[in-house]
Design a protein around this ligand. Sequence first.
Ligand SMILES: [Zn+2]
Ligand SMILES: [Zn+2]
Length: 162
Amino acid sequence: MAGPMHCYRHPKRETRVSCATCGRPICTECMRPTDVGIKCPEDARLPRGARAGTMKPNQILWSFLAGLAVALVGIPVVYVILTLPFQWLISAAAGYGAGTLVNRAGGRNGGTLAISISVVATAIPFLVRLAPPVLAGGNVSPISIAAMIFAAVAAGLANRQL
Ligand SMILES: [Zn+2]
Ligand SMILES: [Zn+2]
């Protein structure tokens, strides 16, 4: 069994806690509780920018929920859009809106996961609309397929970190 460690900032104080990031032992006075465990004051103070692209578990959950909402709400929307003129343009705008929603739900981190969720969630309603005729051996308008691609790309672009 390992003996007690000593706080790296107060060498005389014994502790059994160490920083989740750097592993240095820290005493109760020095420990800082964070979302990802107890940290030393230096690591707890790291700027948000240093963690860009990583989402907290609840942000990941919200991203998935937003993606699910986009996919469900998107189905009737896509049915309407694909009957309109300039459907590719409207699809791109709708996809951008959907991507923005997922991005905000995920704490605006714009990570790979947020981009993936946005793209997939945006493409699902189009697949629901376009897959049955294809499976039935029918033809799908190339414009409709272009609309799906525009929407998915726009959803991904909405997650770019500016
Ligand atoms: Zn540390
Ligand atoms: Zn200390």
